[in-house]
Design a protein around this ligand. Structure first.
Ligand SMILES: Nc1nc2c(ncn2[C@@H]2O[C@H](COP(=O)(O)OP(=O)(O)OP(=O)(O)O)[C@@H](O)[C@H]2O)c(=O)[nH]1
Ligand SMILES: [Mg+2]
Length: 433
């Protein structure tokens, strides 16, 4: 796969003896070659590589990083920007309609997606609304039965709209309805008409276009045509496993401004994943140096006698916040650290929390100095009367004390989240990438 060579780029950055202008230029050329080979649209390749070059040659190295880490961070961030947003379909009641050309992978994806949501506790049903291909009914029914998913279809019925109407009636108690539709060789009027009619009856929350990654740059024309015809709001890229041209479909999504929801990476039902841009780009880069970054965090943490386990486990107390603040002091702003983590994981954190200034850190320490041992170890007990006492004792305001408590809670949640996302707790350096 052409995008695979980005790993090589990351390895070269990690192995370079010095980062100079020549190195950056070579590196940018290599990135360009990888992207172009992967069928990424030329204009986008230029945008991405120009941005990398400009930043790599002009930005100051952050205090917490060395030059290599900084370059890797820039490459990571610009690729991420190039990839765009992912579409996360929440675990809520929803009607989903899949559209796409013949053989793009709609029926397979219908089953994969149903299993994906079923595994996450949703009550899912699939609807066979492809009345065009004779075997479509059996194909979906079989897949659904295999995975214990509710199936609705009407064998022999030619009117897809009628099937969808009946399905809506019959499947009212399901959380999610996933409707498989017919494909055609090309986007013919007849197909558009049928899609529009199905959508009118179904009123889908999501109209997802299934795009075969193997078509490379052609994906953008196809996506545009479907979008113009029925207005899609998400894209699923299939067959990402077997092609070197996957960049074409990625860049098609970006070009028409529609987020990618999932990618299919094989024929089996498990070969399916939610499209998480941060994780995706990290994997493209092999993550070699994210490891270094993690080691750095670990190192600084141990210098400060910060317990890395507690740091990530979410069992930590205000005492740990005290040490953490000191450690963060050495690493640079919290935001920068989390931005570098591939596990960015859509962790949305208030700007206030992220922008911990030196000034604020000092204030927080003063506040904590006015707390009792018991309060530091068990912040839960800090009620409004204690808040008042602490504020007076530290010469701050109750507002500020509350702010510290909010910061503490946010950190604790973040750590929990990182743990849930299977970030190894012990020995951050041993990530095994
Ligand atoms: N390698 C690989 N094959 C896939 C993937 N998704 C689907 N396929 C294969 O692609 C072929 C077509 O898939 P279908 O799901 O039948 O495609 P469709 O869009 O429903 O096709 P029509 O109903 O004819 O329009 C099948 O052989 C699938 O096994 C994928 O992510 N990777
Ligand atoms: Mg099909």
């Amino acid at each position: 796969m052409a995008l695979e060579s980005l790993k090589e780029v990351a390895r070269k950055i990690a192995g370079s003896s010095s980062i100079d202008k020549k190195f950056v230029e070579e590196m940018v050329k290599e990135i360009q070659r990888a992207l172009i080979k992967a069928d990424v649209n030329v204009r986008q390749v230029k945008e991405i590589s120009d941005a990398i070059k400009k930043r790599a040659l002009s930005e100051d190295v952050l205090p917490a990083l060395n030059a290599k880490e900084q370059i890797l961070k820039i490459v990571y961030e610009e690729l991420l920007r190039g990839v765009g947003e992912g579409l996360e379909i929440p675990l809520k009641k929803a009607k989903i309609m899949l559209v796409g050309l013949q053989g793009s992978g709609k029926t397979t994806t219908t089953a994969k997606m149903a299993k994906y949501f079923k595994d996450r506790g949703m009550k899912v049903a699939v609807v066979a609304a492809d009345t065009w291909r004779p075997a479509a009914y059996e194909q979906l029914k079989q897949l659904a039965e295999e995975y214990g998913i509710t199936f609705y279809g009407e064998k022999g019925e030619k009117d897809a709209v009628k099937i969808v109407k009946n399905a809506l009636e019959r499947l009212k108690d399901c959380d999610m309805l996933i409707v498989d539709t017919a494909g055609r060789h090309a986007l013919e009027d007849e197909l558009i008409e049928e899609m529009v009619k199905i959508a009118e009856v179904l009123k889908p929350d999501y109209k997802l276009l299934v795009l075969d990654a193997a078509i490379g740059q052609l994906a953008s024309k196809q996506a545009e045509a479907f979008h113009n015809a029925i207005g899609i709001n998400g894209i699923i890229i299939t067959k990402f496993d077997g092609t070197a041209k996957g960049g074409g479909a990625l860049s098609a999504a970006r070009q028409i401004g529609i987020p990618i929801a999932f990618i299919g990476t094989g024929e089996k039902v498990e070969d399916f994943e939610r499209f998480d841009p941060a994780g995706f780009v990290s994997r493209l880069l092999g993550m070699g140096d994210i490891k270094a970054l993690m080691e750095k965090i670990e190192r600084i943490a141990s210098e400060e006698e910060l317990d890395p386990e507690a740091f990530l486990k979410g069992t930590f107390t205000l005492k740990d916040i005290y040490k953490q603040i000191e450690a963060m002091n050495k690493m640079g702003p919290v935001r920068k650290i989390f931005e570098m983590l591939p596990f960015g994981l859509g962790m949305k954190v208030d700007d206030d929390v992220m922008d911990m200034t030196q000034e604020k850190m000092k204030r927080f320490k003063v506040i904590m100095d006015s707390m009792t041992e018991e309060e530091l170890l068990n912040p839960k007990i800090i009620d409004s009367s204690r808040i008042r006492r602490i504020a007076i004792g530290s010469g701050t305001s109750p507002q500020e004390v509350k702010e510290l408590l909010t910061y503490y809670k946010t950190m604790k949640n973040l750590m929990k989240k990182m743990k849930k996302n299977k970030l190894p707790i012990k020995g951050l350096g041993k990530l095994g990438f």
